[in-house]
Every structure is written in C-alpha cells, then in structure tokens.
Design a protein around this ligand. Structure first.
Ligand SMILES: C[C@@](CO)(OP(=O)(O)O)[C@H](O)COP(=O)(O)OP(=O)(O)OC[C@H]1O[C@@H](n2ccc(N)nc2=O)[C@H](O)[C@@H]1O
Ligand SMILES: Nc1ncnc2c1ncn2[C@@H]1O[C@H](COP(=O)(O)OP(=O)(O)O)[C@@H](O)[C@H]1O
Length: 284
C-alpha cells in the first residue's frame, strides 16, 4: 500500500474544546511523497511491525499497529499480520506520516481480510487512532473540521511542484497546540482558499495560504522561520509551514524555478524533497 504525506494549505484553529482538543478548520491535500506499507498474513494471531527506521516504534505505539488492533477487535478478526513499513516521509514532521501508515493499514487489511468496509467506515475507525487519520483514509483534497475528523471533499488544486524542507528539529503537536495564543493570531481565510481551489486559481491559492500554528513553532524555532524566508527568496511562489511543523513547504508552478529553489535549500537544510502535488482521492 502507498501511504502518501499531506500538507495543510490553510490551517485555522477556532477555539479550545472542553475535551482538550482544538476545533480546527483546515484544507489538506496529498502529495507524492509516500511510505510503503506491506501487509503479510501470519499463521499466528499476532500483529508484527517491521520498520528499519530508528525513529519509528515497532510495537503497540506504532499507529499502523493500532490500526490493525482496532480492526481486529471491532470486526472479531482472528488472523495475524506482519506490517512492514518503509519510511520515506520524515517522522514527526507535520506531514502525517504515521497517520497515513495507519490509514494504509486500514485500507489494506480491509482488502486482505475481505471485510467489505467502506472508506467512510474505515475513516470512522481511523478517528479513534488520531485526528489526521480519517483524511489519510481518503487522501485527495479536503476541508477538515471538528478536531480534524470531519471531512468535506473538494477538487484537487491545479498541478504544481511541492518543495519540502525539514530541519532536524523535534516538534510535539500537543506542545504546539498547548502554546497557541488564539487572541493574538492572524486567522487565514479558509473559505477563500476553498474557493480558490475550486476556481483552480493558483495565484489566489498562493496568496491565501496560511497556518495559525506558525505563530507558535516559528517563535520556538527561528530556524523554521529562516527556512520559510529562504524558500521564498530562492523563488518559491509561496512558502508555509505544514501542520504543527517543523517542515516548510513551497509551491512552484514553473519547472525552471524548481532546481534553483531545491539547490538553494540543500545548502541550508538537511532534508529537502521536490515532489508533485497529487490532490486526488484513493480508490475504494
Ligand atoms: C496539526 C495537524 C494538522 O493537520 O497535523 P500534524 O502537525 O500532526 O501533522 C493535526 O491537527 C494533528 O493531528 P494528529 O497528529 O493526528 O493529532 P492527534 O494525534 O489526534 O493529537 C495529538 C495531540 O494534539 C493536540 N490536538 C490535536 C488535534 C486537534 N484538533 N487539537 C489538538 O489540541 C492534542 O493535545 C492531542 O493530544
Ligand atoms: N508508522 C509511524 N510512522 C512514523 N511515526 C510513528 C508511526 N507510528 C507512531 N509514530 C510516532 O508518532 C509520532 C508522530 O509521527 P508523524 O505521524 O510522522 O508526525 P506528524 O504527526 O507530525 O505528522 C512520532 O514521533 C512517532 O514516534
């Protein structure tokens, strides 16, 4: 199974809820940077995680493990599975790599075990694992509300390049939400972003891209702010932090600019990727 990363083109936080989560209003889209999740039947009734990445847990803390366990419990499946994860998405980066691995595991086991669940049913189960998992079950482009689990599909944005720069900084999503000062942030125009995407208006998408969580992470880690500035200076049409960070993405429409931005950032940041925006949903 292919488990693609997401970026947030617009991310607004409305208020803190009584359950500790934050009410969000955000636009997410999938990009062509993906982990590979391989599912193999086991004779014993166990869940095994195989991952050769030292930042990825190989036990019940792994979100793919949690996905398999939930599915087994909910549907009374008495079969074992080995889940082999080849990471290409940087870990704890604001790109939902773990959530996408969990979503790919749900989609894959649904097929392997012949469960016949719809994507809506898988997304509902995924919400118990993490707020970003429902979006990752569908992929594509969507507005996510609630704590992120309420998904409204919208068309794909116009095709373009996505440059990603991930500094070696660890950012905890929970810490970022906790340190958010909502009374002093600039709220992005999420509805405007949705309209721009529907109109396929690339310039407007770039002009309206915004993320309230930048106010926290850029303050905590000036390096992220520098990368954002450099990306724009090297020629990206827009640069923005994804999710809670620390990855910064840039959009570029013209091939001729891509190499310049990529090379410029390579001298400045450890992990740099150039990929295409996908924006299309997974098949059932
Ligand atoms: C910020 C975003 C934007 O897409 O992405 P990432 O930076 O993680 O990629 C998401 O809202 C992250 O979603 P996800 O990473 O699935 O979060 P969860 O595991 O559900 O929650 C981790 C912690 O973040 C906080 N949290 C998360 C979602 C939300 N709407 N409000 C919150 O306050 C809570 O403290 C929670 O305990
Ligand atoms: N399959 C997985 N891939 C990556 N990280 C995972 C996975 N399962 C659990 N984790 C844990 O989840 C944390 C957040 O990972 P990730 O989903 O990559 O980041 P983010 O939520 O910022 O997009 C990591 O610190 C890691 O320990």
């Amino acid at each position: 199974m292919k488990a693609p990363a997401k970026i947030n083109l617009s991310l607004d936080v409305l208020h803190k809820r009584s359950d500790g989560y934050h009410e969000v209003n955000m636009v997410m889209t999938t990009i062509d940077l993906a982990d590979r999740v391989e599912l193999t039947d086991l004779y014993s009734d166990t869940i095994q995680i195989i991952s050769h990445n030292r930042f990825v847990p190989d036990d019940e803390r792994n979100l793919a493990y949690q996905a398999a366990k939930l599915l087994k419990e909910k549907l009374g499946v008495r079969r074992g599975v080995a889940i082999s994860i080849t990471k290409h998405i940087p870990v704890a980066a604001g790109l939902a790599g773990g959530s996408s691995d969990a979503a790919a595991t749900l989609r894959g086991l649904n097929k392997l075990w012949g469960l016949g669940l719809s994507l809506d049913e898988l997304a509902e189960i995924g919400a118990e694992i993490g707020s970003d998992v429902p979006f990752c079950v569908y992929g594509g482009t969507a507005v996510a509300r609630g704590r992120g689990e309420k998904i409204e599909h919208i068309p794909a944005p116009p095709p373009c390049w996505v440059i990603l720069a991930k500094p070696t900084i660890g950012v905890s999503t929970a810490d970022v939400y906790r340190n958010l000062q909502l009374q002093s942030v600039h709220h992005p125009d999420v509805d405007g972003m949705v309209a721009a995407i529907k109109e396929k208006n690339y310039e407007k998408i770039c002009a309206l891209a915004g993320n309230v969580l930048e106010s926290v992470t850029l303050n905590m880690h000036p390096k992220v702010a520098q990368i954002k500035e450099q990306m724009k200076r090297f020629g990206a049409d827009v640069s923005l932090m994804s999710g809670s960070g620390p990855t910064v993405f840039g959009l570029i429409q013209h091939d001729s600019r891509l190499q310049r931005v990529y090379n410029g950032l390579r001298g400045f940041c450890e992990q740099v990727y150039a990929v295409r925006l996908i924006g299309e949903r997974h098949e059932q």
